[in-house]
Design a protein around this ligand. Structure first.
Ligand SMILES: *[C@@H]1O[C@H](CO)[C@@H](O)[C@H](O)[C@H]1NC(C)=O
Length: 365
């Protein structure tokens, strides 16, 4: 639908659009990366303009305090933290890597903005890790500190393959939500000596952290909050697993992992200069997208708990994209660090290895 001009005028004159935007969309990439992902970034710019969000592209060379982080990905989080310091306290930012394309531009980020946690992260679709590339942060001391502590893992990187900021975020989350088991998992992290050709020790380490963190949850701490979204419930997801489809009503809005610019200009968009999506290739009904997500979940029980009997169980919620994070106090819940001795014992069994959503370890009795 096109808005009549006089209505647009009224909107522009309203307070909502006259005051500085309080939602920002931030893409971080060095100049080479910005050139490589030019069209992906353009789709994000279209989206930001459409929804009245502030678009910022950062090269991660803006802040002298971050220069010492020689690994780009650690420097990225330092840069976002410093950038937020220049913004008002009510600012909320969605942060992206460059290989992200907007697939459902009609929908805003309200669901996640209104969720309101200081830090929002998500579990990757068909990987065990927490996603490092895309996240949402409120401009609070808690969130800025989280980002800076993440960057500081640069100094603790082990000798072997640890997947840069992706290996580190697992520990930063554990520290932040104060679950038991940090020493056990950190010890495995420290001892990573293998190269990328042998990923086993790295996945063993990730397994430890996921066992400790348990199911996706909205954690509430004294100083702030951190929400981990279940798979496919965040605004970004690996679109290839959803046939690169999106919907005007439900599901992820952005697709991550779109490396080829041709995919953006020949599949996703009809005319990117006019911000025109190719709806016939991308947009499907909520029903059809839901079926696709449910089918995916049922095909990968190691990533999506099966059945109807739990809040995040695929047959219960996946079709409607309503698999919610557990509430802070909701069982099954791992224990947090207390003054007593740690009760964490790394469970390493075929059962615990089969999944990364933590249900079997934290059975509700
Ligand atoms: C839109 O996508 C369809 C299906 O992918 C394709 O056949 C068509 O050529 C595209 N339209 C434009 C204008 O790019």
């Amino acid at each position: 639908m096109k808005w009549p001009l006089f209505l647009l005028g009224a909107l522009v004159g309203s307070n909502k659009l006259r005051s500085a935007p309080t939602v920002g969309v931030i893409v971080v990439g060095d100049p080479a990366f910005q050139r490589r992902y030019e069209v992906q970034i353009k789709s994000i710019r279209c989206y930001a303009d459409r929804h009245g969000y502030e678009m910022t592209v950062l090269a991660a060379s803006e802040f002298p305090e971050c220069k010492r982080f020689l690994d780009f990905f650690f420097r990225k989080h330092c840069t976002v933290s410093k950038f937020l310091e220049t913004k008002p306290s009510e600012y909320t930012a969605a942060v992206f890597d460059g290989d992200v394309v907007v697939a459902a531009p009609n929908r805003g980020l309200d669901k996640w903005i209104n969720h309101g946690a200081d830090i929002q992260l998500y579990n990757r679709c068909l990987f065990h890790e927490i996603m490092a590339g895309n996240y949402m942060v409120r401009n609070t001391a808690f969130a800025r500190d989280f980002l800076m502590r993440w960057a500081l893992y640069y100094d603790r990187k082990p000798q072997g393959f640890s997947s840069s900021d992706n290996g580190a975020i697992q520990l930063v989350v554990m520290e932040t939500i104060k679950v038991e088991g940090f020493d056990t998992c950190y010890d495995m992290y420290r001892k990573l000596t293998e190269s990328v050709t042998n990923l086993k020790p790295y996945w063993d380490y990730v397994h430890c952290t996921k066992e400790a963190i348990g199911p996706a949850r909205a954690w509430k701490m004294e100083g702030g909050s951190l929400t981990m979204w279940p798979r496919l419930e965040f605004f970004a997801a690996d679109g290839v697993f959803l046939n690169r489809w999106a919907s005007d009503e439900v599901g992820p809005i952005m697709h991550h992992g779109v490396k080829d610019p041709n995919d953006v200009t020949s599949f996703y968009y009809k005319d990117l200069d006019k911000c025109e999506l190719n709806r016939s290739s991308v947009i499907r009904s909520a029903e059809q997208l839901g079926e696709t997500a449910l089918h995916l979940a049922q095909s990968y029980p190691e990533y999506f708990p099966a059945g109807r009997s739990c809040k995040q169980c695929a047959e219960h919620c996946m079709k409607s994209f309503s698999c919610e994070p557990l509430e802070d106090a909701e069982q099954p819940r791992p224990r947090q660090v207390s003054s007593g001795p740690s009760t964490f014992v790394l469970e390493d069994s075929p059962e615990s290895r089969r999944h990364s959503w933590g249900w079997s370890r934290w059975q509700v009795k």
